[in-house]
Design a protein around this ligand. Structure first.
Ligand SMILES: Nc1ncnc2c1ncn2[C@@H]1O[C@H](COP(=O)(O)OP(=O)(O)O)[C@@H](O)[C@H]1O
Ligand SMILES: [Mg+2]
Length: 320
């Protein structure tokens, strides 16, 4: 059984196909990322999986339960952190969590114990009794995650968990999300930040215009477009090129020898064996997820595309 499984999932909004035949299999304990630009259909998928929206066609199961026929069981199994904040600014962290526990019919003693646990998980124990209004953006996100975990869900949905946060705060949140792996929680997150998917996810599905374009681990995705790039500066380009080009895919580019290889870490020692004494310097670069996105969609996943709407959301969140 999979933690999350969908088959040919479709969602149409008045003729607009927001989700187009999406089939996913996500294992228990995995951190899985849906990576794609604004409007790709990520939130719609999360909304279907969390039973907030009904699919137009196709099947979706969460924790083994059908999202339409067994919606109640699905809701018991999941925690969700929405794209938009749903914390009450006027209440303390502890009060926000307590309300959530009550909604899930948790007993008083159980709530008390669990509040301590989840606050510890996200590093907010020392701020438990402070009003949320005084929290920074990063602290709010961590409290949202704690809220999502309050009722002990097996599966956590994180819709754009670091949207609009500065890079440093974003990294800090990643560390807390990573820790969920140790708790055995399955995480499905959506993001349009390449580095976020790259850093966190065991597996990534790149989604564009409602369709899954390609799926795999970050390393598999990068390998699939042709491996690493090694750049060598040497004393005698022609001589080195002659020796290397019979064994590798080699070119002379801008006074350097450039090799395209499968796994640079394994190839570099061989290069030293062959032409070690000729080498002045050697560097290598893995293709980034950006390269992967361009390869499969023919477009750039530009942050600018989303900047304006991000700004509106941030403003709304900060009530300015
Ligand atoms: N309730 C809705 N009614 C009509 N169109 C919608 C609705 N929700 C989403 N859409 C459209 O569906 C597409 C996918 O949206 P969404 O799932 O929010 O994308 P993402 O989360 O990847 O940015 C977009 O074109 C969006 O405008
Ligand atoms: Mg979204």
């Amino acid at each position: 059984m999979f933690a999350i499984e969908t088959k040919n999932l479709v969602k149409e909004f008045n003729g607009l196909i927001a989700v187009n035949n999406v089939s996913l299999k996500i294992k228990y304990g995995e951190i899985f990322a849906l990576l794609g630009p604004n409007g790709a259909g990520k939130t719609t998928i999360i909304n279907i999986l969390s039973t907030l929206l009904k699919p137009t066609k196709g099947m979706a199961k969460v924790n083994g339960y059908d999202v339409v026929r067994e919606a109640y069981k699905v809701r018991e199994s999941i925690g969700i952190v929405f794209q938009e904040s749903i914390l009450d600014d006027r209440l303390t962290a502890r009060e926000n969590l307590d309300i959530h526990g009550r909604l899930y019919h948790m007993e008083k003693e159980e709530r008390k114990k669990r509040i301590e646990e989840v606050l510890k998980m996200v590093g907010l124990k020392h701020r438990a009794d402070d009003i949320v209004k005084t929290f920074s953006g990063g602290m709010r996100r961590r409290l949202e995650i704690a809220r999502g975990l309050m009722h002990n869900p097996k599966i956590l949905f994180l819709d754009e968990p670091t949207l609009g946060l500065d890079p440093q705060t974003r990294r800090h949140i990643w560390e807390y999300i990573e820790k969920l792996r140790e708790e055995g929680i399955t995480v499905l997150l959506t993001t349009h930040y390449m580095e976020e998917a790259d850093y966190l996810a065991d597996r990534i599905a790149i989604i564009d215009k409602g369709k899954i374009v390609v799926e795999g681990s970050p390393a598999e995705l990068k390998d699939s477009i042709g491996g690493d790039i090694i750049k060598i500066a040497c004393k005698n380009n022609e001589k080195v090129f002659e020796k290397l080009s019979s064994k590798f895919d080699a070119k002379i580019v801008d006074e350097h020898i450039v090799l395209k290889v499968k796994e640079a870490e394994k190839v570099i020692p061989k290069i030293f064996e062959l032409v070690g004494e000729e080498i002045n310097s050697i560097t290598y670069k893995e293709p980034s997820l950006e390269d992967v996105f361009i390869h499969y969609t023919g477009r750039i996943l530009r942050e600018e595309e989303t900047k304006e709407s991000d700004l509106l959301k941030i403003k709304r969140r900060m009530r300015i």
